[in-house]
Design a protein around this ligand. Structure first.
Ligand code: OOG
Ligand code: NI
Length: 416
């Protein structure tokens, strides 16, 4: 009898990330350009900088991706949590993008591996947003009811896939023979659907918010971007522009400085319009197009402590953060560590702890830069939805990890 080979959840996670990447590459041509250019930028950077691997091995960084998905209801978010648990991805942090200016009508979390060893094996993470239908500033009672009715009828995931995911999560992995089918099923759930879209419904939701239409105007969900990681995002920006791809105007997050990279810098571009089928009021199917998917790239730096983060938020409120940066942040790891602004393993300034999460202002900026129109929100009525981290934990029946507690735990480990 041949021995049964087991795959651990991290191996399934690596296959899931690779499967999504292959799917996205086949569907969004500019993504392939982005990955090619990112890989070159990383190799060139590593050739010129002896310490290129201080923020993660080149193998990790080159394979590293984050995805973004959007769902409509707490039940759909709970299903996502069950599915991702099979890949060792747990919810970390709660991002309320309704407080961005202008607001985006979603509340979000990030599903990711949480242990240092798991992150080193494969750090795949997915920024997951839920439409805030309970917030009456965006959805008046009549519309909310119709949106919720529409969402209650759809099924994002095959119940058999979710049942399988629960078993795999409980067992910590599965037999190799069963892995391909499971991963393929999970990837397929995030592929753009070719089903005709109800034109009238989609347009009505678009008038409230493009995000509402993208989430609740269709019968399924999809990966709307898949983001590679680069070691030099300014260089990446220049090279992509050189390839004829129009990037958004800015790189979101901290400005480029002479000091160690901090937190997260991101930039994006809009993907091409893709042909889609629409069903008109008369039942006729017509060809149309939608621009719902886009490209994004990111550079990750050292994680900031709450004290460092407070300073970061203060400096970013300036008109020109780069001009005053030096008044707020020292330019060496040793000083960042000594002043308790950033996390280092065992307090050793040569052992930075990478920021593994997202930034709400950047996330809202990324959402917005890829929309045709901002969301319309009534200002008068208050928000009685109650959406916050505690609400989210209850809705999905799982703890939402506090990112600072995770960094704190890593910082207490001895430096390698
Ligand atoms: C998510 C946008 C946020 C990021 O990298 O900050 C995000 C979305 O567009 O659904 O992915
Ligand atoms: Ni993103």
């Amino acid at each position: 009898m041949s021995p049964v080979t087991r795959l651990a959840t991290w191996q399934l996670r690596a296959r899931f990330a690779a499967g999504l990447s292959a799917m996205y590459a086949a569907e969004v041509p500019a993504y392939t350009t982005l990955v090619t250019v990112s890989t070159q930028v990383n190799a060139d950077y590593a050739a010129r900088h002896g310490d290129a691997e201080r923020l993660g091995s080149l193998r990790r960084v080159t394979a590293e991706r984050h995805g973004a998905i959007r769902v409509g209801t707490p039940a759909e978010l709970a299903a996502v949590a069950d599915l991702f648990a099979a890949f060792g991805m747990e919810p970390v942090g709660c991002y309320d993008l309704r407080s961005a200016r202008p607001p985006i009508p979603v509340v979000s979390t990030a599903f990711r591996p949480i242990g240092a060893d798991e992150l080193a094996r494969n750090p795949f993470r997915v920024f997951t947003s839920m439409l805030a239908t309970g917030d009456s500033r965006f959805f008046e009672a009549g519309l909310r009811h119709r949106v919720q009715t529409f969402l209650a009828r759809r099924q994002l995931f095959d119940p058999a896939l979710l049942a399988r995911a629960r078993v795999i999560a409980a067992d910590g992995g599965c037999d190799a023979a069963a892995a391909d089918a499971f991963v393929a099923g999970a990837v397929a759930a995030f592929t753009l659907s070719r089903e005709p879209i109800d034109k009238c419904w989609y347009e009505e939701l678009s008038r409230v918010s493009a995000v509402a239409a993208d989430i609740a105007g269709v019968g399924s969900t999809h990966v709307n971007h898949l983001t590679p990681r680069v070691l030099d995002i300014d260089e990446l920006y220049r090279r992509m522009t050189g390839c004829g791809i129009t990037m958004i105007d800015t790189i979101q997050g901290p400005p480029r400085t002479d000091g160690p990279p901090l937190l997260l810098r991101q930039t994006s571009f809009r993907a091409l319009a893709e042909p889609r089928l629409f069903r008109g009021n008369d039942g006729r199917i017509v060809e149309g197009s939608l621009r719902v998917r886009f490209g994004e790239v990111e550079a990750r730096g050292v994680a900031l402590t709450p004290r460092g983060r407070e300073r970061y938020d203060t400096v970013m409120a300036h008109a020109d953060p780069a001009a005053v940066w030096g008044d707020y942040f020292p330019s060496t790891d040793a000083e960042l560590a000594a002043q308790g602004l950033a996390y280092y393993r065992g307090g050793d300034p040569s052992a930075p702890i990478v920021y593994e999460d997202f930034l709400p202002a950047s996330a809202a900026g990324i959402f917005r830069s890829n929309l045709d129109r901002d969301s319309r929100a009534g200002e008068d009525a208050g928000d009685a939805s109650g959406y916050d981290a505690e609400w989210m934990a209850g809705a999905i029946g799982r703890d939402i990890h506090d990112p600072y507690a995770l960094y704190e735990a890593q910082a207490k480990e001895a430096a390698a």
